[in-house]
Design a protein around this ligand. Structure first.
Ligand SMILES: Cc1cc2nc3c(=O)[nH]c(=O)nc-3n(C[C@H](O)[C@H](O)[C@H](O)COP(=O)(O)OP(=O)(O)OC[C@H]3O[C@@H](n4cnc5c(N)ncnc54)[C@H](O)[C@@H]3O)c2cc1C
Length: 478
């Protein structure tokens, strides 16, 4: 039974915080959210939502690049009156289409603010009290914001993370940028150097190349996206290079500085790379400084992330933590689930501990990489006993019609039972296609069950059922 009068105080209004607030309010608790930046958090205001909005534009630009093959040509585009009258540089051209950067960025900010307002309205409707300000723990059960001290039966810390600085490269918001500063630029960077080829670096590299920037991607590792499925990373790197991106592998950046009209990035081997702007994407650090974690007895790991168990409990009784500040898996969906689990647990509801093996994730490059469940590395190392089939999309009829050939569908199954353990999809909109595999992993479906499921013809999902058919085994071979 829930405890209707529990007082819940949530520090941070991102997905980890606001989704938890909605659950707690639904269970009848007295809920306060304290947020210093704006509801929706960095997810909505500076990170996930803005970057995916940028990518919506860049995907369209990339699609327009391929229109000639599909039999479409454009007349020479005439700028509208607003664009023609605007002072400053000409919009950067990507063959037919042109990127109007100020308009792209203002749309992104408008959309983020609207999304933040939606979150605010939803919380207000559910009776959640929202305080604008910076909160600090005084002790377990007491949170301070400005002059007010708020008592709580349960505190949830969901303060998120911020971009890590590269020693020797101090962002100035003009030429040396973090991913949160890029939307304030007055123009599209003509020559953008991106330091870091993890998920954030690869997504921005893909987007800016399509928007018309000349992108140089500095990767300290053998290939881009070193922590992802290698086959998938290689497809994306190959596409990057074919589209004219410079990918510098095994190149560790040691510093970056401004020059008279641009930037210079120094690499460990002594090379200096020049460009108009530099975007630093070298990881995230938890936003826990000055939060009073020590006073409240909340333990952190050696990188400063709050240590939590699978029901989001910290080391301090009555204090839970969710989202990026725990460093568990920096995804909005994981933050939200950790927050909800914290509330269900603290309010006495039945709760299933967090299962990271079932998380569906996407890297929004072009093409996208979507994954769920077991990985190729786990199969290769013998940690998971499974079988794998990988089908290139180049032979898929729908892919041919749509005019793309880069991508594949990969399915992993348990060796003896044929239960689906996971999958990787590399394709446009893979983020939408992965749901079928995700459902199979969650429900422990077998390849036989997927193989007997109708897929539309022609469709990309037809390659999922085809992969399942190839993994079906006669009983005597099991
Ligand atoms: C460029 C980029 C793109 C991303 N794209 C995706 C994506 O496509 N899909 C995905 O799932 N994830 C994505 N992520 C990750 C996602 O944004 C995070 O996992 C998510 O924001 C985590 O939510 P959170 O609630 O933990 O933290 P946040 O969203 O960071 O919210 C925390 C909030 O706490 C507030 N706060 C901090 N300290 C205090 C304090 N002391 N008092 C009051 N308030 C405080 C902050 O102001 C902030 O608003 C992306 C991240 C980046 C950087």
């Amino acid at each position: 039974m829930s405890q209707p009068h529990s007082r819940i105080v949530i520090i941070g209004g991102g997905p980890g915080g606001y989704e938890a607030a909605l659950v707690a309010a639904q269970l009848g608790a007295d809920v306060t959210v304290i947020e210093e930046q704006g509801l929706g958090g960095s997810c909505v205001l500076t990170d996930c939502v803005p970057s995916k909005t940028l990518i919506a534009t860049s995907n369209l630009m990339a699609a327009m690049e391929g229109t000639r093959d599909l039999g479409i040509t454009f007349d020479h585009a005439v700028p509208d009156a607003e664009t023609a009258a605007r002072p400053g540089p000409e919009p950067v051209s990507a063959s037919h289409a042109q990127t109007d950067a100020p308009r792209v960025y203002s749309r992104i900010k408008r959309l983020a603010q609207a999304q933040s307002a939606d979150v605010g309205m939803r919380l207000a409707r559910e009776g959640v009290r929202v305080i604008s300000g910076r909160a600090r723990l005084i002790r377990p059960g007491a949170v301070a914001v400005a002059d007010e001290v708020i008592g709580a039966d349960t505190v949830l810390i969901a303060v998120g993370a911020r971009p890590r600085d590269l020693p020797g490269a101090v962002p100035d918001g003009e030429r040396l940028l973090t991913c949160r500063q890029i939307y304030d630029l007055p123009e599209l960077p003509s020559e953008l150097i991106i330091v870091g080829s993890g998920v954030t670096g690869a997504e921005f590299a893909s987007a800016y190349q399509a928007l018309g920037s000349q992108v140089t991607l500095v990767s300290s590792r053998e290939h881009v996206l070193p922590n992802e499925d290698t086959d998938a990373a290689m497809v994306v790197e190959d596409v990057f290079r074919r589209r004219g991106m410079k990918v510098l592998s095994r190149s560790r950046a040691t510093g970056a500085k401004r020059t008279a009209d641009g930037v210079e990035v120094s690499l460990q081997d002594g090379t200096v790379v020049s460009g108009s702007h530099c975007l630093l994407t070298v990881g995230m650090v938890p936003s826990t400084v000055g939060l009073g974690l020590g006073e409240a007895g909340v333990e952190v790991d050696d990188r400063g992330f709050i240590t939590v168990d699978r029901v989001s409990r910290t080391s301090a009784p009555g204090i839970y933590a969710a989202g990026d500040c725990t460093g568990v898996w920096m995804l909005a969906s994981v933050a939200a689930m950790q927050g909800r689990i914290a509330m269900w647990h603290s309010l006495g509801e039945a709760v299933q501990p967090l299962r990271l093996g079932h998380v569906a994730a996407t890297i929004f490059t072009d093409p996208e990489i979507a994954t769920v469940g077991a990985s190729q590395q786990e199969l290769d190392s013998g940690k998971v006993l499974g079988r794998v089939v990988k089908l290139p999309l180049a032979t898929n009829a729908r892919a041919k019609m749509e005019g793309f050939s880069d991508g594949f569908v990969k399915l992993f199954t348990r060796r003896n039972t044929g239960i689906v353990l996971g999958g990787v999809i590399v394709a446009p909109m893979a983020s939408e296609l992965i749901l079928g595999v995700s459902l199979a992993v969650e429900q422990q479906l077998t390849v036989d069950q997927i193989a007997h499921t109708f897929a539309v013809y022609p469709s990309l999902t037809g390659s999922i059922t085809e992969a399942a058919r190839q993994l079906m085994q006669p009983a005597e071979l099991n």
